[in-house]
Design a protein around this ligand. Structure first.
Ligand SMILES: Nc1ncnc2c1ncn2[C@@H]1O[C@H](COP(=O)(O)OP(=O)(O)OP(=O)(O)O)[C@@H](O)[C@H]1O
Ligand SMILES: [Mg+2]
Length: 254
């Protein structure tokens, strides 16, 4: 069975997709890894240069009445294997709501998917039924946070959701940790916020990862070139930090 990581934080634009694509691409260099884009915005799909038109996507796996096996929705791109997102996923909340099995669509699909060591799921900045599906299908949650004044705002809500899922639907779910991302280290505020993030992590019974992901312009450049960072700029600070983080998370050295 694959180990499933979900990258979650309902705050927008903080580095979830960047973390998901880099972690998946790095793990993919050593192990069979699948990235799943569960955000209708499709940023990870775009970075991986996955198709959205005329192909099966996560929407078909989760929502369509004739559900596809997940294996039929996998695209093998130069960046790695991915199940792409679809803008239609925004309709999913309504469609799954009221269906007693609506929370378990992704878990059911992944339970019968074979051949992967790791699955990494990127999620949208929202607490909705798609996120519940992702949490129910996952083993470990990684919560990226930025070191700003509102860093941990809203995290309690995410924590409550994770704990509710753990109590009711997925006992084995755990929080792998909070990951400080997009760190410039330049301001005093960043340094002091780091301490408060550590306290928040402890309050949630988890840790702040030792590895901190620093900012680098190559990150955005790689995304514009629709490439993962490990191929585009393996020596840049952000890539080096994601390599270190992958090692801290899994013990794998890539
Ligand atoms: N380490 C980094 N260095 C430089 N830029 C970064 C870094 N991490 C993320 N970014 C940039 O920050 C922006 C937001 O990142 P990203 O898309 O990963 O956030 P997100 O949490 O997935 O957003 P959303 O909530 O909209 O899905 C992007 O433009 C990305 O290129
Ligand atoms: Mg994103």
């Amino acid at each position: 069975m694959a180990t499933v990581f979900v990258i979650a934080n309902q705050k927008g634009g903080i580095g979830k997709s960047t973390t998901a694509t880099n972690l998946a691409a790095i793990l993919g260099k050593k192990k069979k890894t699948l990235l799943i884009d569960a955000d209708p915005q499709g940023n990870s799909s775009s970075t991986y240069e996955a198709k959205i038109e005329d192909v099966a996507t996560l929407y078909d796996v989760m929502i369509d009445s004739d559900k596809l096996p997940a294996s039929d929705a996998i695209q093998h791109t130069k960046n790695g294997d991915i199940i792409a997102s679809d803008p239609l996923l925004v309709k999913a909340e309504k469609m799954l709501d009221g269906d007693v099995e609506g929370f378990y669509r992704l878990k059911d699909a992944l339970d019968v998917l074979e051949g992967y060591d790791y699955i990494v799921i990127d999620t949208a900045p929202s607490l909705n039924i798609i996120l519940y599906n992702c949490l129910i299908a996952s083993d470990q949650v990684i919560i990226p946070v930025t070191a700003d004044a509102y860093a941990t705002q809203g995290i309690e809500q995410l924590y409550d959701t994770i704990m509710a899922v753990k109590r009711r639907q997925n006992r084995d779910l755990s929080i792998a940790g909070l990951l400080l991302v997009r760190y410039s280290g330049r301001s005093n505020l960043e340094r002091s916020t780091r301490e408060s993030i550590e306290e928040s992590a402890a309050g949630m019974g988890t840790k702040l990862f030792d590895t901190v992901i620093r900012e680098c312009v190559k990150t955005r450049e790689a995304q514009e070139h629709r490439m993962n960072l490990i191929d585009y700029a393996p020596r840049c600070t952000t890539c080096q930090d994601y390599l270190e983080f992958t090692k801290e998370l899994t013990g794998l050295s890539v």
